[in-house]
Unconditional design. Structure first.
Length: 275
């Protein structure tokens, strides 16, 4: 959708900042975590507060003038932005000084729900149970109210996510192309990804992008997001004409917007492993 779309996640709370200080002492609140290869963060640590663990990522930003805390609810982590010449130790001290702010943010984080046998997950308004059949072959498929997953247990989570992504592409593509045809517009490309800040987007060149997690939303909500983005093919704005056009392409516009605002964040917890 357009960059100023309402479907970005909720407005971020006020973030504390700090010009920096000298602090090198180790602290029992933190546990070091190895960086993933190829990632930009200078360091990662796990912080334990209120019997919950949250990942703290330290990132350098040459443009930053002071240390800043950011709440990344999409990835379930706290980001500490470090200006030039500010050490990770200084950033750690700043995080500790703002434990209250971090505790409040942790309360907003939904508990991670990893994909595992027996788990029920939402699927277009239904609840489907994951059923593991290690002795069979055939990949993943739906069977009644169950998602059947074959193969070894260590591959189950990835296979469930891959299946959900395929189902999301199938549902989204058929709706998007049908709605675009109604408008006499052409879609140049559709991308399915794990968007953390927006459920969908539309570029001026007709490239649409959607979060695969929409497959876990009610059918009407997925249809609304698709209609929202397709409407941008004609109206790349959020003016009155755009909203009238969106209402012509789908039903329950206001109800779907409300659902996303109230429940959308919960979709991000599925498939996540605890810190």
């Amino acid at each position: 959708m357009a960059n100023n779309s309402f479907m970005g996640q909720r407005r971020r709370p006020l973030m504390p900042s700090f010009p920096g200080s000298h602090f090198r002492k180790k602290n029992p609140y933190f546990q070091n975590v190895a960086n993933d290869p190829g990632t930009a963060p200078r360091a990662k640590q796990v912080m334990t507060l209120k019997d919950r663990r949250v990942l703290v990522v330290y990132q350098s930003d040459r443009r930053a003038r002071r240390i800043i805390l950011r709440f990344d609810h999409g990835h379930g982590r706290i980001v500490v932005v470090l200006p030039k010449r500010v050490s990770v130790a200084q950033g750690r001290r700043f995080a500790l000084l703002n434990r209250g702010w971090i505790r409040d943010r942790i309360d907003l984080l939904p508990e991670p729900i990893p994909f595992r046998p027996g788990l029920k997950i939402p699927f277009l308004g239904e609840m489907l149970r994951i059923r593991h059949r290690p002795g069979e072959r055939g990949g993943v498929w739906r069977e009644g109210e169950e998602i059947i997953v074959t193969g070894q247990a260590e591959h189950l989570a990835r296979r469930v996510e891959d299946w959900l992504k395929r189902e999301a592409r199938r549902e989204i593509e058929k709706r998007a192309y049908a709605k675009a045809e109604l408008l006499g517009k052409r879609i140049s490309h559709i991308t399915i990804r794990d968007g953390r800040s927006r459920w969908g987007s539309c570029s001026p060149k007709g490239r649409l992008s959607f979060s695969w997690r929409l497959i876990m939303a009610p059918r009407s909500v997925l249809d609304y997001v698709v209609a929202h983005e397709v409407a941008h093919l004609r109206e790349l704005n959020h003016g009155p004409k755009f909203w009238r056009l969106t209402a012509e392409l789908t039903r329950q516009v206001e109800a779907s917007r409300t659902w996303l605002n109230e429940h959308g964040i919960s979709l991000h917890r599925y498939g996540l492993n605890p810190v």
